[in-house]
Design a protein around this ligand. Sequence first.
Ligand code: ADP
Length: 192
Amino acid sequence: MVNFLIFGPPGSGKGTQSVRLAEKFNLLHLSTGDMLRAEITAGTDLGKKMSLIMSKGELVPDEVVIEMIAVKIDSTKGKAGFLFDGFPRTVAQTVALEKMLNERGMKIDSMLVLDVDHDELVKRLIARAELSGRPDDKDPKVIENRIDVYREKTEPIIDYCSKKGLYQPVNGVGSIDDIFVRLAEHMSKIVR
Ligand code: ADP
């Protein structure tokens, strides 16, 4: 099993690239953002509770996303491993993920971090709002908050993973195809 984290600020292209990479490398793509939006669409109690937090661009509680991942962690049947997208988003989530993987004889094998400058992120998210219909993409204040939350709560994971030799930065500016090739090149060094 080989397990990747795909990382980067909101608008860095994690979701788009993850779908393609998961297919190429036969990985199970787990996006906590997608799982949370599915709860909202299904109108579950959890979805109702989380939608206000998400619409403000804040993080939902660690326990909520850790539990979502915990119920999926035994579903790698037929897959080469996991591609975690938008999870972990805090150091506490990272520690919880490592524990779940270690208990199953697995680990985080690499963390791919998409580098995209601030202005490009804002431009992409505003453009995406039209297509996604996501409330958190529409409001420039919410976009700025999501980027701030990323810098404050999520970026420390880079340091944590760097110390373990897992950090792999990737230029996230360019065409979708070019960025895909860059990511795939790094991943193919790890996947056998
Ligand atoms: P983006 O990367 O564009 O911000 P996501 O789809 O990954 O989009 O996440 C959307 C929102 O869902 C986040 O702003 C946050 O409120 C919530 N969320 C998703 N994943 C997590 C997580 N691992 N921890 C806490 N909140 C999360």
